[in-house]
Design a protein. Structure first.
Lengths: 539, 386
């Protein structure tokens, strides 16, 4: 179906190769999962298939791309529209029209399909993706998962035999992500479509994948059956990590497989127990906190107490009011009700990392941004830069902020706001676009902040991250707090929020592979990276 | 080329029967009318209204238009805009009256209100500030304002009856790019507004400490730079997505054909400019001006057809001109013709009545207003979105 030979991509003629001598074959009807650390060239690899790379990105590309036996290396993307369906990362940026139906018809209009079959295909696609009730809706009013399904539908109407998706679920809550993945599975199993999907959170896709394509940090690509590739990979989902540590072979890829293998283990182990959450006085306290956007109530009379030194996760569907709550707690967002920090108004003693951290940045270099922050806050010159480097590893002062990785961006934006008296840190979806390694770094940063006595609240969809990092979970639905309690009590008992390890070990309440089998310190770390998920802090 | 995945049993284009049978064409099933039909009707009524100052006829026409809107508007957001036009029309009448009171004019009739006149320098001719307000001035201002208000109301009616997006979709194929650009512009503006709001909110996170002043230059910079970068990113992403979905794939024909299309367009432009000048300045004898104008319109039509011939694009669910559409068009044109005919005939005084008498109405003028209101019952009811 798809064949790539000797592909090398550089973004400048003498720059480093993003992809190096890539050979790749995907057979018809396969679901191929493309994995690799952040910035390793996954998107580049996907873009070369319909020649968006280098046509839209500039750069130098050598090698050959063959689709169903035909060499398409030099064809413009528009001529491949009916052969490669390409779904970009953020569906909202790709919409051309404004209603669902028109969006589905758009590529067919370009193709010059007669109106009658066009109508038929729109109806079929609406049903295939389960979006028929949304047909007249405006695209901007759809939820993230619905938008993603419309984006998939809008390339499916041309019936391309190959579908390419760049992180389709990274911005979605677990339930919406499940809907999108179900669509992909249906396309592969029932319709024989070949699907290539890049995904950070592999745990969602790996069990239905026929093939794993691993893009290394040096631009090399390795492909093979999932169990084989993941046995060697440095970044793997928790269920695979568990299997690797226990030496299971063949490696289990799904919770179901692992659960069957773990039966004897469940009989010998006992549930780990956490000490009860300390109820320290002070910290951030909200009383009857309400946020309204016009007539819509985003947060409804929430009472919340976040003691100092506690790392709390805020989870809930897209649109359940997580962001509004964070902004209201910070004080920069509109709200009614009372928010106090140690009995006084918050008054700038909170830092907030918004969903799109780049909104805060406007200078050409990291150093200039930091210098600005120094003068504004009246701190000694250089202190912000030093803080950013402590938080974000190798941050070069001369770098342009837009060249930073997601993790570095988080660190910079955090440093710009952290003052010595900042005792509350709020983060909105910081794990979006982070790979396992960057998440581990974020975990360490957040733990440092809590150890210094700060209150940290993280809004996230990533339950594995919550399981490995946080002590307490607050579940929000329709602006109200539905559950609030220790991670070990809330997550394992929820059918959709349970992390993989809990699903394998239920009814035992293990949260991470580390708790089941501690990492073996004698084993050399693979590829110099972290084995699996970040270690869980003892409490 | 691999075979397409077997989607559903239906699908082959040949299987699909054409949907418009003879009987079905007269169907009164709820549906929305072709937007062009509404616009032709509205322009016809507006043109009729612009011919007359008879307040009775104008009120009748305004009532007819309002009636059609109330009975036949859909449920889209544009349908709710009629109220705004109604308010605008009212404002036009009031403003026109105020203008007359302030700047004077039309001296005959009874003095209703004796205001002191503000003396102006002698070279300021043709203008008067305040002064006597006569009955003639008030009546003329009311008639004038009513005429303008009715025209505004007609435009408002077209706006609230016709889905603007479907109107864009009805553009000839050669103007397709224009339609696409407009649709994108609307979406991009909304996104830009979102972006500005987000960045402004984010700015508050970097508020300076108490006592430290934020430099003015940075104030602009800290909003403009992130918003523009964001907009640039978005447009690149949109361009890539459009290309990947086949935009610009339809051929543009051979160079010779392109030259022919361009030549026709230029000729049409020249004829239109010449015709407009000749008509307005009466530079050509007889009907020469309008004839040149007509020739320009014809050549422009041919040009559009030529350009559209090479476009291999199609439309999803295209609107068609069906009997109800044609009836609506006829109603608009007939309204205009009736008023126009009266204005040229013996009853011209009914179309532009004297300022000092109760305005007369003829049967034909009443008929014109009735015809203008006919689409309210002749057209199918709009579909109500569930």
């Amino acid at each position: 179906m798809l064949r790539i030979e000797g592909l090398t991509v550089r973004y400048s003629a003498d720059g480093p190769a993003v992809l190096r001598d890539v050979d790749l074959t995907v057979d018809e009807g396969e679901l191929a999962l493309v994995t690799g650390p952040t910035g390793s060239g996954k998107s580049t690899l996907l873009g070369t298939i319909n020649n968006l790379v280098p046509r839209f990105t500039a750069g130098v590309r050598t090698g050959r791309v063959t689709l169903a036996g035909e060499d398409v290396t030099t064809r413009p993307p528009r001529e491949l529209a009916d052969r490669v369906g390409w779904v970009p990362q953020d569906p909202l940026t790709a919409f051309v029209t404004d209603t669902v139906e028109d969006e589905l018809a758009y590529p067919m209009e370009q193709q010059g399909l007669p109106p009658a079959p066009m109508r038929v295909r729109v109806e079929e696609t609406l049903d295939l993706l389960g979006i028929a009730p949304l047909r007249r809706r405006s695209l901007r009013t759809l939820s993230g998962g619905e938008q993603q399904r419309v984006a998939i539908g809008s390339v499916l109407t041309l019936r391309p035999p190959l579908l390419v998706l760049d992180e389709p679920t990274s911005a979605l809550d677990p339930v919406a992500a499940e809907d999108v993945l179900a669509v992909l599975r249906r396309l592969v199993h029932d319709l024989g479509t070949t699907v290539l999907v890049a995904e950070h959170r592999m745990e969602r896709v790996v069990e239905s994948a026929d093939l794993v394509v691993r893009v290394g940090a040096d631009g090399t690509v390795e492909q093979g059956p999932p169990a084989e590739v993941l046995a060697r990979a440095e970044l793997v989902p928790p269920v695979v990590e568990l299997g690797r540590r226990l030496g299971w072979s063949p490696l289990p890829l799904s919770v179901r497989d692992a659960r069957r293998r773990a039966a004897p283990l469940r009989r010998t182990l006992t549930s780990p127990v956490d000490p009860p959450l300390p109820d320290t006085p002070g910290g951030l306290r909200a009383r009857r906190l309400t946020v309204r956007h016009g007539s819509a109530v985003a947060v409804r009379e929430v009472d919340l107490h976040l003691p100092p030194g506690q790392l709390t996760a805020l989870v809930g569907r897209n649109g359940s009011g997580k962001s509004s709550l964070l902004w209201a707690l910070h004080g920069a967002g509109p709200h009614t009700g009372e928010v106090t920090l140690d009995g006084r108004p918050v008054d700038g003693r909170a830092a907030l990392v918004p969903q799109t951290p780049a909104d805060l940045l406007y200078r050409e270099t990291v150093a200039a941004e930091c210098a600005d922050a120094d003068t504004r806050a009246g701190r000694p010159p250089g202190s912000t830069l030093a803080l950013a480097r402590r938080l974000g590893g190798d941050l070069r002062p001369g770098q342009h902020p837009r060249d930073l990785s997601e993790g570095q961006l988080l660190a910079l934006v955090l440093a710009l706001q952290l003052a010595p008296d900042t005792s509350v840190v709020l983060l909105d979806e910081p794990t979006r676009g982070l790979d396992y390694r960057a998440k581990a770094e974020l975990t360490r940063t957040l733990q440092t902040l809590t150890e210094q006595g700060r209150t940290v609240l993280v809004a996230t969809h990533d339950v594995e991250f919550v399981a490995a990092t946080c002590q307490r979970v607050v579940v929000l639905a329709e602006g109200e707090v539905v559950t609030d309690g220790p991670v070990r009590e809330v997550l394992p008992s929820s059918p959709l929020l349970a992390p993989q390890t809990s699903r394998v070990m239920a009814p035992l309440r293990h949260l991470t592979p580390d708790e089941v089998v501690p990492a073996d310190p004698d084993l050399p770390a693979r590829d110099g990276g972290l084995p699996g998920g970040p270690g869980r802090r003892t409490r | 080329m691999p075979t397409p995945p077997p989607t559903a049993p239906t699908g082959a284009p040949a299987d699909v029967a054409p949907r418009s049978g003879g009987a079905a064409r007269w169907s009164r099933l709820p549906r929305s009318l072709h937007p062009v039909a509404w616009w032709v009707w509205a322009v016809g009524v507006a043109a009729a209204a612009s011919l007359t100052t008879n307040p009775l006829l104008l009120l009748l026409l305004a009532a007819a238009v309002t009636q059609v809107v109330l009975l036949r508007r859909g449920s889209g957001p544009w349908a709710r805009s009629f109220r705004l036009y109604l308010a605008l029309a009212g404002a036009v009448v009031v403003l026109r009256l105020l203008y007359r009171v302030v700047f004077g004019g039309q001296d005959g009739g009874t003095v209703l209100l004796a205001l002191p006149e503000v003396p102006l320098p002698h070279w300021f001719t043709g203008l008067r500030l305040l002064g006597d307000v006569t009955s003639d001035a008030v009546v003329a201002a009311l008639q004038d304002g009513l005429r303008l208000g009715t025209v505004v109301l007609c435009v408002g009616a077209a706006n609230s009856l016709a889905d603007p997006r479907r109107l864009l979709a009805a553009l000839p194929p050669a103007l397709y790019e224009l339609g696409t650009a407009l649709v994108i512009a609307v979406t991009v503006f909304a996104q830009l507004a979102d972006s500005v709001r987000r960045v402004q909110r984010a700015r508050r996170l970097r508020a300076p400490a108490a006592g430290v002043r934020r430099p003015r230059r940075q104030l602009v910079r800290s909003v403009v730079v992130p918003v523009l970068t964001d907009a640039l990113d978005r447009s690149l992403a949109l361009a890539a997505a459009m290309d990947a979905r086949g935009y610009g794939r339809a051929g543009t024909g051979s160079p010779a054909r392109r030259a022919l299309t361009a030549g026709t367009a230029l000729l049409a432009l020249a004829l239109l400019a010449l015709g407009a000048y000749a008509t307005l300045a009466a530079a050509l004898p007889g009907a020469g001006g309008p004839l040149v104008l007509l020739a320009g319109v014809l050549v422009a039509g041919v040009g559009l057809w030529l350009a559209g011939r090479d476009v291999r694009r199609t439309r999803y669910r295209p609107d068609r001109m069906r009997p109800a559409e044609w009836l609506t068009v006829v109603c608009g044109v007939l309204t205009f013709l009736l008023v126009w005919q009266t204005a040229r005939g013996a009853d011209a005084a009914a179309v532009v009545p004297s300022l000092r008498e109760w305005p007369p109405l003829t049967l034909l003028l009443v008929a014109a207003a009735v015809v203008a209101a006919l689409p309210a019952v002749l057209t199918p009811r709009p579909e109500v979105a569930s």
